[in-house]
Write a protein that binds this ligand. Sequence first.
Ligand SMILES: *Cc1c(COP(=O)(O)O)cnc(C)c1O
Length: 378
Amino acid sequence: MTRAFNFSAGPAAMPLEVLQQAAAEMTDWHGSGMGVMEMSHRGKEFISIYEQAESDFRTLLQVPSHFKILFMQGGGIAENAIVPLNLSRGGVADFVVSGSWSQKSLKEAARYCTTKVAASSQSSGFKSLPAASSWQLDAHAQYVHLCTNETIHGVECHTLPDVKALGSNAPLVIDFSSHVLSRPVDWSRVGLAFGGAQKNIGPAGVTLVVVREDLLGHALPACPSAFDYKLVADHDSMYNTPPTYGIYMAGLTFQWIARQQEGHLSGVAALEQRNIAKAALLYHCIDNSQLYVNQVDVGCRSRMNIPFFLRGDDGQPLLDATHPRNAAFLEGAKARGLLQLKGHKSVGGMRASLYNAMPLEGVQALVEYLHDFEKAQA
Ligand SMILES: *Cc1c(COP(=O)(O)O)cnc(C)c1O
Protein backbone atom coordinates (compact mmCIF):
# COMPACT_ATOMS: atom_id res chain seq x y z
CA MET A 1 0.00 0.00 0.00
CA THR A 2 1.27 3.47 -0.82
CA ARG A 3 0.13 6.28 1.40
CA ALA A 4 0.68 9.79 0.10
CA PHE A 5 1.69 12.68 2.33
CA ASN A 6 -1.57 14.55 2.77
CA PHE A 7 -1.29 18.24 3.67
CA SER A 8 -5.05 18.89 3.85
CA ALA A 9 -6.24 21.54 6.32
CA GLY A 10 -9.20 19.39 7.32
CA PRO A 11 -10.60 16.82 7.21
CA ALA A 12 -6.98 15.84 7.40
CA ALA A 13 -4.57 12.93 7.47
CA MET A 14 -4.82 10.58 10.41
CA PRO A 15 -2.09 8.34 11.84
CA LEU A 16 -1.81 5.15 9.79
CA GLU A 17 -1.70 3.04 12.98
CA VAL A 18 -5.06 4.47 14.03
CA LEU A 19 -6.66 3.69 10.67
CA GLN A 20 -5.23 0.18 10.68
CA GLN A 21 -6.48 -0.53 14.18
CA ALA A 22 -9.94 0.76 13.27
CA ALA A 23 -9.91 -1.45 10.18
CA ALA A 24 -8.93 -4.51 12.20
CA GLU A 25 -11.73 -3.83 14.71
CA MET A 26 -14.34 -2.80 12.15
CA THR A 27 -16.59 -5.84 12.26
CA ASP A 28 -15.84 -7.22 15.72
CA TRP A 29 -14.70 -4.92 18.49
CA HIS A 30 -12.75 -6.77 21.19
CA GLY A 31 -14.67 -10.00 20.75
CA SER A 32 -18.02 -8.30 21.33
CA GLY A 33 -19.36 -9.72 18.04
CA MET A 34 -20.21 -6.24 16.76
CA GLY A 35 -18.56 -3.20 15.28
CA VAL A 36 -18.42 0.10 17.19
CA MET A 37 -20.86 1.74 14.74
CA GLU A 38 -23.44 -0.89 15.63
CA MET A 39 -23.30 -0.51 19.41
CA SER A 40 -25.86 1.18 21.59
CA HIS A 41 -24.37 4.29 23.12
CA ARG A 42 -25.84 3.11 26.41
CA GLY A 43 -24.26 -0.34 26.34
CA LYS A 44 -21.27 -1.20 28.52
CA GLU A 45 -18.99 -1.65 25.48
CA PHE A 46 -19.49 1.86 24.15
CA ILE A 47 -19.55 3.41 27.63
CA SER A 48 -16.09 1.91 28.20
CA ILE A 49 -14.86 3.40 24.89
CA TYR A 50 -16.30 6.78 25.83
CA GLU A 51 -14.87 6.81 29.35
CA GLN A 52 -11.42 5.80 28.12
CA ALA A 53 -11.45 8.54 25.46
CA GLU A 54 -12.55 11.18 27.95
CA SER A 55 -9.97 10.19 30.52
CA ASP A 56 -7.16 9.91 27.96
CA PHE A 57 -7.92 13.38 26.60
CA ARG A 58 -7.94 14.77 30.16
CA THR A 59 -4.57 13.19 30.86
CA LEU A 60 -2.97 14.23 27.55
CA LEU A 61 -3.93 17.89 27.92
CA GLN A 62 -3.79 17.94 31.73
CA VAL A 63 -7.34 19.23 31.98
CA PRO A 64 -8.07 20.10 35.64
CA SER A 65 -10.96 18.34 37.39
CA HIS A 66 -13.08 21.50 37.57
CA PHE A 67 -13.44 21.43 33.78
CA LYS A 68 -15.97 19.24 31.97
CA ILE A 69 -15.04 17.58 28.69
CA LEU A 70 -17.98 17.36 26.30
CA PHE A 71 -18.20 15.47 23.01
CA MET A 72 -20.69 17.38 20.90
CA GLN A 73 -21.73 17.79 17.25
CA GLY A 74 -22.01 20.72 14.88
CA GLY A 75 -18.32 21.57 14.54
CA GLY A 76 -16.60 24.84 15.29
CA ILE A 77 -19.19 26.73 13.29
CA ALA A 78 -22.04 25.52 15.49
CA GLU A 79 -19.98 26.51 18.54
CA ASN A 80 -19.94 30.06 17.19
CA ALA A 81 -23.64 30.09 18.15
CA ILE A 82 -23.57 27.62 21.04
CA VAL A 83 -20.97 29.61 22.99
CA PRO A 84 -22.97 32.88 23.07
CA LEU A 85 -26.17 30.92 23.70
CA ASN A 86 -24.55 29.47 26.82
CA LEU A 87 -22.19 32.15 28.02
CA SER A 88 -23.37 35.59 26.90
CA ARG A 89 -26.45 35.87 29.18
CA GLY A 90 -27.64 38.19 26.43
CA GLY A 91 -24.97 40.72 27.38
CA VAL A 92 -21.68 41.72 25.81
CA ALA A 93 -18.92 39.52 24.37
CA ASP A 94 -15.45 40.71 23.32
CA PHE A 95 -13.78 39.43 20.14
CA VAL A 96 -10.20 39.46 18.99
CA VAL A 97 -10.42 39.32 15.22
CA SER A 98 -7.25 37.74 13.84
CA GLY A 99 -8.45 35.91 10.73
CA SER A 100 -11.37 34.32 8.93
CA TRP A 101 -12.39 32.05 11.78
CA SER A 102 -12.65 34.67 14.51
CA GLN A 103 -14.39 36.91 12.00
CA LYS A 104 -17.01 34.19 11.48
CA SER A 105 -17.38 33.74 15.23
CA LEU A 106 -17.97 37.46 15.69
CA LYS A 107 -20.64 37.56 13.01
CA GLU A 108 -22.56 34.58 14.34
CA ALA A 109 -22.43 35.70 17.98
CA ALA A 110 -24.01 39.02 17.00
CA ARG A 111 -27.27 37.13 16.52
CA TYR A 112 -27.37 36.30 20.24
CA CYS A 113 -25.57 39.04 22.12
CA THR A 114 -23.87 42.41 21.83
CA THR A 115 -20.48 41.93 20.23
CA LYS A 116 -17.48 44.20 20.59
CA VAL A 117 -14.25 44.05 18.64
CA ALA A 118 -11.49 44.30 21.23
CA ALA A 119 -8.78 44.19 18.57
CA SER A 120 -8.46 43.38 14.90
CA SER A 121 -5.63 42.72 12.48
CA GLN A 122 -7.91 42.91 9.45
CA SER A 123 -6.51 46.20 8.13
CA SER A 124 -3.08 44.59 7.83
CA GLY A 125 -4.47 41.54 6.06
CA PHE A 126 -4.48 39.18 9.09
CA LYS A 127 -0.72 38.74 9.01
CA SER A 128 -0.34 38.95 12.77
CA LEU A 129 -2.15 38.59 16.07
CA PRO A 130 -3.01 41.95 17.66
CA ALA A 131 -0.70 42.41 20.69
CA ALA A 132 -2.61 41.63 23.90
CA SER A 133 -1.54 44.98 25.39
CA SER A 134 -3.56 46.72 22.64
CA TRP A 135 -6.85 44.90 23.29
CA GLN A 136 -9.73 47.12 24.35
CA LEU A 137 -11.64 44.79 26.65
CA ASP A 138 -15.13 45.65 27.89
CA ALA A 139 -15.41 45.65 31.69
CA HIS A 140 -18.88 44.09 31.41
CA ALA A 141 -18.14 41.41 28.85
CA GLN A 142 -19.36 37.89 29.62
CA TYR A 143 -16.50 36.32 27.70
CA VAL A 144 -13.54 37.12 25.47
CA HIS A 145 -13.25 35.13 22.23
CA LEU A 146 -9.89 34.29 20.69
CA CYS A 147 -9.09 31.88 17.87
CA THR A 148 -5.72 30.51 18.95
CA ASN A 149 -4.82 29.12 15.54
CA GLU A 150 -6.23 30.81 12.46
CA THR A 151 -6.25 27.89 10.05
CA ILE A 152 -6.69 29.94 6.86
CA HIS A 153 -4.28 32.79 7.56
CA GLY A 154 -1.67 30.69 9.37
CA VAL A 155 -1.56 32.84 12.51
CA GLU A 156 -1.06 31.13 15.87
CA CYS A 157 -1.18 32.47 19.41
CA HIS A 158 1.95 31.10 21.09
CA THR A 159 1.23 32.39 24.61
CA LEU A 160 -2.32 32.53 25.90
CA PRO A 161 -3.20 36.01 27.18
CA ASP A 162 -3.97 36.59 30.85
CA VAL A 163 -7.19 38.56 30.32
CA LYS A 164 -7.43 39.26 34.05
CA ALA A 165 -4.12 41.11 33.90
CA LEU A 166 -5.59 43.06 30.97
CA GLY A 167 -8.41 44.30 33.19
CA SER A 168 -11.15 41.84 32.25
CA ASN A 169 -13.05 39.58 34.63
CA ALA A 170 -14.48 37.58 31.75
CA PRO A 171 -13.50 34.00 30.93
CA LEU A 172 -11.36 33.50 27.85
CA VAL A 173 -13.00 31.34 25.17
CA ILE A 174 -10.58 29.79 22.72
CA ASP A 175 -11.27 28.16 19.36
CA PHE A 176 -8.45 25.62 19.26
CA SER A 177 -9.91 23.54 16.41
CA SER A 178 -6.79 23.42 14.31
CA HIS A 179 -4.05 23.00 16.92
CA VAL A 180 -5.67 21.06 19.73
CA LEU A 181 -3.27 18.44 21.10
CA SER A 182 -0.33 19.88 19.16
CA ARG A 183 0.89 21.68 22.29
CA PRO A 184 -0.09 22.02 25.96
CA VAL A 185 -2.85 24.41 27.11
CA ASP A 186 -2.52 26.72 30.12
CA TRP A 187 -5.95 26.06 31.63
CA SER A 188 -5.46 28.74 34.29
CA ARG A 189 -6.05 31.27 31.50
CA VAL A 190 -9.02 29.55 29.84
CA GLY A 191 -12.73 29.36 30.65
CA LEU A 192 -13.82 27.36 27.64
CA ALA A 193 -12.09 25.75 24.67
CA PHE A 194 -13.75 24.22 21.64
CA GLY A 195 -12.56 22.45 18.54
CA GLY A 196 -13.80 20.26 15.73
CA ALA A 197 -12.13 16.87 15.48
CA GLN A 198 -11.29 16.83 11.80
CA LYS A 199 -7.96 18.65 12.00
CA ASN A 200 -5.93 16.98 14.72
CA ILE A 201 -8.16 14.35 16.31
CA GLY A 202 -10.17 12.19 13.96
CA PRO A 203 -13.00 12.17 11.47
CA ALA A 204 -15.37 15.14 11.11
CA GLY A 205 -18.49 15.00 13.23
CA VAL A 206 -17.19 15.31 16.77
CA THR A 207 -16.70 18.66 18.51
CA LEU A 208 -14.74 18.77 21.74
CA VAL A 209 -15.72 21.34 24.33
CA VAL A 210 -13.74 21.82 27.52
CA VAL A 211 -15.63 24.09 29.89
CA ARG A 212 -15.06 25.32 33.43
CA GLU A 213 -17.87 24.10 35.67
CA ASP A 214 -18.88 27.53 36.96
CA LEU A 215 -19.79 28.55 33.39
CA LEU A 216 -22.47 25.87 33.12
CA GLY A 217 -26.15 26.54 33.75
CA HIS A 218 -26.55 30.01 32.25
CA ALA A 219 -27.92 29.15 28.80
CA LEU A 220 -30.42 31.53 27.21
CA PRO A 221 -34.00 30.19 27.08
CA ALA A 222 -33.74 29.94 23.29
CA CYS A 223 -30.73 27.60 23.49
CA PRO A 224 -31.56 24.18 22.01
CA SER A 225 -31.49 21.55 24.77
CA ALA A 226 -28.98 19.44 22.88
CA PHE A 227 -26.62 22.44 22.89
CA ASP A 228 -27.07 23.41 26.54
CA TYR A 229 -23.63 22.67 28.03
CA LYS A 230 -25.14 21.91 31.44
CA LEU A 231 -27.54 19.33 30.05
CA VAL A 232 -24.79 17.80 27.93
CA ALA A 233 -22.43 17.69 30.94
CA ASP A 234 -25.09 16.25 33.27
CA HIS A 235 -25.67 13.44 30.76
CA ASP A 236 -21.98 12.70 30.11
CA SER A 237 -22.37 13.84 26.47
CA MET A 238 -25.30 11.46 25.98
CA TYR A 239 -28.25 13.81 26.25
CA ASN A 240 -28.76 12.85 22.63
CA THR A 241 -26.99 10.07 20.72
CA PRO A 242 -23.38 11.20 20.47
CA PRO A 243 -21.25 10.65 17.33
CA THR A 244 -20.17 7.25 18.60
CA TYR A 245 -17.83 6.18 15.82
CA GLY A 246 -16.08 9.55 15.78
CA ILE A 247 -15.58 9.34 19.55
CA TYR A 248 -14.08 5.88 19.13
CA MET A 249 -11.69 7.13 16.43
CA ALA A 250 -10.77 10.12 18.59
CA GLY A 251 -10.06 7.69 21.41
CA LEU A 252 -7.70 5.67 19.20
CA THR A 253 -5.91 8.89 18.26
CA PHE A 254 -5.54 9.82 21.95
CA GLN A 255 -3.94 6.43 22.59
CA TRP A 256 -1.62 6.97 19.62
CA ILE A 257 -0.60 10.36 21.00
CA ALA A 258 0.09 8.87 24.42
CA ARG A 259 2.50 6.38 22.77
CA GLN A 260 4.54 9.07 20.97
CA GLN A 261 8.05 9.77 22.25
CA GLU A 262 10.80 12.24 21.44
CA GLY A 263 13.88 11.76 23.61
CA HIS A 264 12.64 11.84 27.20
CA LEU A 265 9.36 13.51 26.21
CA SER A 266 6.11 11.68 25.54
CA GLY A 267 2.53 12.44 24.53
CA VAL A 268 1.66 16.04 23.69
CA ALA A 269 5.09 17.30 24.79
CA ALA A 270 6.74 14.92 22.31
CA LEU A 271 4.39 16.00 19.53
CA GLU A 272 5.04 19.64 20.33
CA GLN A 273 8.79 19.11 19.86
CA ARG A 274 8.15 17.32 16.59
CA ASN A 275 5.73 20.02 15.43
CA ILE A 276 8.28 22.75 16.20
CA ALA A 277 10.90 20.90 14.15
CA LYS A 278 8.54 20.23 11.24
CA ALA A 279 7.38 23.86 11.02
CA ALA A 280 10.94 25.21 11.37
CA LEU A 281 12.08 23.05 8.46
CA LEU A 282 9.37 24.33 6.13
CA TYR A 283 9.61 28.01 7.16
CA HIS A 284 13.38 27.86 6.76
CA CYS A 285 12.99 26.53 3.23
CA ILE A 286 10.41 29.17 2.30
CA ASP A 287 12.39 32.07 3.85
CA ASN A 288 15.58 31.04 2.06
CA SER A 289 14.05 30.73 -1.36
CA GLN A 290 13.56 33.28 -4.13
CA LEU A 291 10.36 31.64 -5.31
CA TYR A 292 8.24 31.15 -2.18
CA VAL A 293 6.98 33.61 0.40
CA ASN A 294 5.07 33.39 3.69
CA GLN A 295 3.81 36.79 4.79
CA VAL A 296 2.88 36.13 8.43
CA ASP A 297 4.79 38.00 11.17
CA VAL A 298 7.52 35.68 12.42
CA GLY A 299 6.32 35.80 16.03
CA CYS A 300 2.85 34.48 15.25
CA ARG A 301 3.46 32.00 12.51
CA SER A 302 1.45 28.83 12.88
CA ARG A 303 3.14 25.49 13.42
CA MET A 304 0.11 23.74 11.99
CA ASN A 305 -0.98 25.65 8.90
CA ILE A 306 1.64 27.24 6.70
CA PRO A 307 0.26 29.31 3.84
CA PHE A 308 2.70 30.43 1.18
CA PHE A 309 2.70 31.95 -2.27
CA LEU A 310 4.77 31.28 -5.34
CA ARG A 311 6.17 34.45 -6.89
CA GLY A 312 5.58 35.56 -10.43
CA ASP A 313 8.35 36.68 -12.80
CA ASP A 314 7.92 40.19 -11.39
CA GLY A 315 8.76 38.88 -7.91
CA GLN A 316 5.24 39.52 -6.63
CA PRO A 317 3.17 36.78 -4.94
CA LEU A 318 0.98 35.00 -7.48
CA LEU A 319 -2.48 35.63 -6.10
CA ASP A 320 -4.21 34.24 -9.15
CA ALA A 321 -5.00 30.60 -8.42
CA THR A 322 -5.33 29.83 -12.14
CA HIS A 323 -1.82 31.05 -12.99
CA PRO A 324 0.02 28.23 -14.84
CA ARG A 325 2.91 28.25 -12.34
CA ASN A 326 0.49 27.50 -9.50
CA ALA A 327 -1.13 24.72 -11.50
CA ALA A 328 2.29 23.26 -12.43
CA PHE A 329 3.36 23.34 -8.80
CA LEU A 330 0.30 21.43 -7.63
CA GLU A 331 0.54 18.93 -10.45
CA GLY A 332 4.21 18.23 -9.74
CA ALA A 333 3.48 17.84 -6.05
CA LYS A 334 0.73 15.35 -6.72
CA ALA A 335 3.01 13.32 -8.94
CA ARG A 336 5.32 12.92 -5.93
CA GLY A 337 2.52 11.94 -3.60
CA LEU A 338 2.26 15.36 -1.91
CA LEU A 339 -1.46 16.04 -1.77
CA GLN A 340 -3.92 18.87 -1.04
CA LEU A 341 -1.44 21.74 -1.01
CA LYS A 342 -3.78 24.23 -2.62
CA GLY A 343 -4.44 27.28 -0.43
CA HIS A 344 -7.86 28.24 0.89
CA LYS A 345 -9.93 29.81 -1.86
CA SER A 346 -10.31 33.07 0.10
CA VAL A 347 -6.56 33.75 0.15
CA GLY A 348 -5.17 31.73 -2.78
CA GLY A 349 -1.63 30.43 -3.03
CA MET A 350 -0.63 27.25 -1.25
CA ARG A 351 -1.03 25.91 2.25
CA ALA A 352 0.72 23.01 3.95
CA SER A 353 -1.02 21.76 7.06
CA LEU A 354 1.40 19.92 9.34
CA TYR A 355 -0.89 18.40 11.91
CA ASN A 356 0.20 15.77 14.44
CA ALA A 357 -0.31 12.94 11.97
CA MET A 358 2.15 14.44 9.43
CA PRO A 359 5.52 12.79 9.99
CA LEU A 360 8.80 14.68 9.66
CA GLU A 361 9.48 12.60 6.52
CA GLY A 362 6.44 14.23 4.87
CA VAL A 363 7.83 17.71 5.51
CA GLN A 364 11.26 16.61 4.28
CA ALA A 365 9.68 15.32 1.07
CA LEU A 366 7.83 18.61 0.64
CA VAL A 367 10.98 20.67 1.20
CA GLU A 368 12.86 18.56 -1.35
CA TYR A 369 10.08 19.17 -3.84
CA LEU A 370 10.11 22.92 -3.14
CA HIS A 371 13.84 23.01 -3.91
CA ASP A 372 13.47 20.94 -7.06
CA PHE A 373 10.54 22.96 -8.36
CA GLU A 374 12.38 26.23 -7.74
CA LYS A 375 15.46 24.97 -9.58
CA ALA A 376 13.34 23.91 -12.52
CA GLN A 377 11.92 27.46 -12.79
CA ALA A 378 15.36 29.10 -13.05
C1 LIG B 1 -12.11 24.14 10.71
C2 LIG B 1 -12.31 25.22 11.70
C3 LIG B 1 -13.60 25.58 12.16
C4 LIG B 1 -14.87 25.04 11.56
O1 LIG B 1 -15.18 23.80 11.83
P1 LIG B 1 -16.50 23.12 11.22
O2 LIG B 1 -16.34 21.73 11.67
O3 LIG B 1 -16.48 23.28 9.73
O4 LIG B 1 -17.67 23.79 11.83
C5 LIG B 1 -13.69 26.56 13.13
N1 LIG B 1 -12.60 27.16 13.62
C6 LIG B 1 -11.36 26.86 13.19
C7 LIG B 1 -10.19 27.57 13.77
C8 LIG B 1 -11.18 25.88 12.22
O5 LIG B 1 -9.94 25.57 11.78
